[in-house]
Design a protein around this ligand. Structure first.
Ligand SMILES: [Zn+2]
Ligand SMILES: [Zn+2]
Length: 305
């Protein structure tokens, strides 16, 4: 299984357009300890020709142009055969609207995620202008083999595993939350034992996720915040990481220790917020992470599992 990190920043990217926190300020000045990151997404393939995107970020167009394997070879034949959504947050699905141009799209999502995006959403009509333009595949708990919009088999299977999270902002107060509003996407390959876990939004430990973390060849996990009060301490907000449904790495019972003791394969943090000191090479947080045997995902990083 081939894996490319298209983006590794949380919603807003790094730097974030309206932010002058120390990280955003210094990365704009070209500080060599920091690197620019787009909003998080992975590309996965069993054969190196047809690709499954895990989330479609608002940066998807630029992400495609940086990866020659994702360029169309001829006509309008994109190697992007399918897209899976881990939740309905706009930073994970706005990119779908950049992938319209009458392109047939094969989209995998749980019932809760699909309904949250499509129901009562007039904007969605732009992706259903032609019959067959958007093919939704409902990701039930048992998982699903992945096919492209024309029915071609990618040799991959997707399984959604409920992860602690919360409703996207635009759905709050409109309906009750559901265990499948936010999932980790597990990708397995038919021809090998390779197993990828992609969990960019995790609010707390989850019993359902543990066996998958232990079996995975590689894990990409929520690294949004290092500290619970990160935004408050910088004077950039009143909400803690926990309030925003992200599990801080370094709080008591933080996610770092949890991950380090469960990942037997490679473990990387993704969906890293622009304020996170982990972004800075040589910071105490980055050093502690590396000492625990984990790393920070980087845009453009490629893995073979
Ligand atoms: Zn997000
Ligand atoms: Zn910032």
């Amino acid at each position: 299984m081939l894996v490319i990190v298209l983006g590794s920043a949380a919603g807003g990217g790094f730097p974030q357009w309206n932010c002058a926190c120390p990280n955003c300020r210094d990365v704009r000045r070209g500080d060599p300890a920091l690197e620019v990151r787009t909003q998080d997404s992975l590309a996965v393939s069993a054969d190196g020709r047809r690709w499954l995107l895990l989330n479609a970020s608002p940066d998807v167009r630029a992400q495609i142009e940086r990866q020659p394997v994702l360029w169309p070879a001829r006509g309008r034949e994109t190697p992007i055969s399918a897209i899976a959504l881990s939740n309905g947050d706009l930073d994970h699905c706005l990119g779908l609207f950049s992938l319209r141009e009458s392109q047939p799209l094969s989209i995998y999502a749980t019932h809760a995620v699909r309904a949250g995006l499509v129901d009562h959403n007039a904007l969605w009509a732009t992706l259903t202008r032609r019959p067959g333009q958007t093919v939704w595949h409902e990701l039930g708990p048992e998982g699903s083999p992945v096919t492209g919009a024309r029915g071609d088999d990618l040799g991959l299977k997707l399984t959604p595993v409920p992860a602690a999270g919360r409703l996207p902002l635009h759905l709050r107060g409109r309906r009750e939350p559901n265990a499948f509003d936010n999932v980790a996407l597990v990708v397995s390959e038919r021809s090998s034992k390779a197993l990828l876990v992609y969990a960019p939004g995790v609010a707390a430990p989850s019993a359902a996720l543990e066996p998958w973390l232990e079996r995975a060849s590689a894990v990409f996990f929520d690294g949004t915040f290092s500290h619970d009060s990160e935004l408050v301490d910088l004077g950039l907000g009143s909400q803690s990481a926990t309030d925003m449904a992200h599990w801080p790495l370094f709080s008591p019972n933080g996610s770092l220790e949890y991950l380090a003791s469960r990942c037997r394969g490679r473990g990387y943090l993704t969906h890293v917020n622009n304020t996170n000191p982990l972004l800075r090479a040589g910071s105490a947080e980055r050093t502690a992470l590396e000492a625990a045997g984990l790393g920070v995902a980087r845009d453009g990083m490629e893995l073979e599992l």
